[in-house]
Write a protein that binds this ligand. Structure first.
Ligand code: MN
Length: 256
């Protein structure tokens, strides 16, 4: 089995290295990741400049490929023939923050897995719900084990085309986790605030700041599962049609 591993935090990210180590037990792992942080960059396609790809190494010395493209570009490059051998699965992560509810539309981690679906490959996005307290060291290993066992399931059972898995893992040891929940996408509650400051030449500039987002704690959702200490696995599709709105719109008096 040949796995493409990418992320949105950049090729030097520790979550990427932890995922590679765990996935290596399943087969060949090719790492192609952005050379910088693309978190919250959404689903990107670089069309207006060339893409470069070069050899690099992960923190542990393992050979990897880096690019100046976006996470979804990494997947497109490989799907379009960058490597000498095709890949069977795309894994994206491990992101050092959860990607729950509306986050999936912002997340470079998740949109890399969306690009896998567009390329006809199974895709898994893996994110770790780390605490806000920066003094707590982050342990990616339990989430890496979850990613590897899920990849094993996909290899054993196959997976329907057109679907990606958005996986969120609580920041707990495997033994302390409550279990696994298959969930639906929940609702994020953002607490963004616009911060206006003045630069040294008294011109204003802006940051989107504010507090860490929270979410609606509704049973069956991704947010609810992770909050309860469960691994959350949400199957996602790229068809975003609001089907329940179709009859209402069809009843409008729309004509040219
Ligand atoms: Mn990220």
């Amino acid at each position: 089995m040949h796995i493409l591993l990418t992320n949105d935090d950049g090729v030097a990210a520790p979550g990427l290295q932890a995922a590679r180590q765990a996935l290596a037990s399943l087969g060949r792992v090719t790492v192609l990741a952005p050379d910088r942080n693309w978190s919250a960059s959404g689903h990107a396609k670089t069309l207006h400049r060339p893409l470069r790809v070069w050899d690099t190494r992960l923190l542990d010395g393992t050979p990897a490929l880096a690019t100046d493209g976006a996470p979804s570009d990494c997947v497109a490059l490989v799907a379009l023939g960058l490597l000498d051998e095709p890949v069977d699965l795309v894994v994206s992560g491990i992101n050092p923050h959860a990607n729950l509810g509306h986050d999936v539309t912002y997340s470079g981690t998740v949109t890399a897995a969306m690009e896998a679906v567009i390329a006809g490959l199974p895709g898994i996005a893996v994110s770790l719900d780390t605490p806000d307290d920066l003094s707590i060291p982050i342990d990616f290993d339990p989430a890496a084990r979850v990613a590897a066992s899920l990849a094993r399931q996909i290899f054993d059972h196959g997976f329907p085309p057109g679907i990606l898995l958005n996986v969120n893992v609580p920041h707990l040891s495997i033994e302390s986790m409550s279990g696994v929940q298959i969930t639906r996408q929940g609702i994020r509650v953002y607490r963004d605030a616009l911060v206006r400051r003045d630069d040294p030449r008294q011109r204003p500039y802006y940051w989107i700041g504010g507090d860490t987002p929270t979410g609606v704690d509704e049973p069956g959702t991704d947010f609810w599962a992770v909050k309860g200490g469960f691994v959350s696995i949400t199957p996602l599709q790229l068809d975003l049609t609001a089907r329940e709105a179709l009859p209402q719109l069809q009843g409008w008096d729309l004509h040219l």
